[in-house]
Write a protein that binds this ligand. Sequence first.
Ligand SMILES: CCCCCCCCCC(=O)SCCNC(=O)CCNC(=O)[C@H](O)C(C)(C)COP(=O)(O)OP(=O)(O)OC[C@H]1O[C@@H](n2cnc3c(N)ncnc32)[C@H](O)[C@@H]1OP(=O)(O)O
Length: 193
Amino acid sequence: MSRPTSLTPPPEAVVPQPHPDAPSPGTELGEHYSDCFGCGEAAPGGLRLRTRAGEGVSVDAEFTVTAQHQGAPGLAHGGLLTCAFDEALGAIGYMLHTTAVTGHLETDFRRPVPVGSTLYIHAWCEAVAGRKIYSRAVGRLDAADGPIAVEAAALFVSVGLEHFVDNGRAEEVRRVLDNPDLIKSGRAFEVNP
Ligand SMILES: CCCCCCCCCC(=O)SCCNC(=O)CCNC(=O)[C@H](O)C(C)(C)COP(=O)(O)OP(=O)(O)OC[C@H]1O[C@@H](n2cnc3c(N)ncnc32)[C@H](O)[C@@H]1OP(=O)(O)O
């Protein structure tokens, strides 16, 4: 038996159900913050990950690798691939109606990912224990049933709004407090947006 790690759910963890107000499968989740490098339309060179609600507590995301994402000639940078997984795994928060930040993230790179290819990422929540969210993801090349290129496992930790207000640079925090529409995920959790 393998040793437990910080990615091993503890015995008290439960398999979660989607929040009653979670988006239905297939719903486009959109960018959670316009300047987010993972999903924001305004982030120069960003990944512009597109994410949809999946079945149960899962999401499906797509990321097309451009020339701005190279680590070697014509190949995606592994760190940026990890960023795509961080983003997709974070979007699981939409299904649980919580905002969570990455505590621990591991990535296994199985195949090179060429520029121009699209990574189809399926991310799902395995277990929740209090604020801790244990999730996994798999990324396939150029089709939802394509060959596996990257796999990831993560522990996210639910946080309140104060995490961002207290820790973010004042300039950007003030900008979004003045215009809450810039934080789309905050709007998504309101009862009457
Ligand atoms: C719906 C919206 C879509 C959003 C998509 C976003 C995608 C992008 C996501 C990101 O990239 S977030 C940015 C990267 N992550 C960070 O900046 C987080 C930095 N770390 C922290 O702020 C704090 O360490 C953290 C909030 C994670 C935890 O601090 P806390 O003081 O709130 O909690 P605490 O340290 O008590 O930990 C709570 C539990 O989590 C566990 N834990 C925390 N960090 C851990 C870690 N790294 N590894 C293992 N376990 C960890 C910790 O042991 C503890 O377990 P127990 O409840 O069993 O005692």
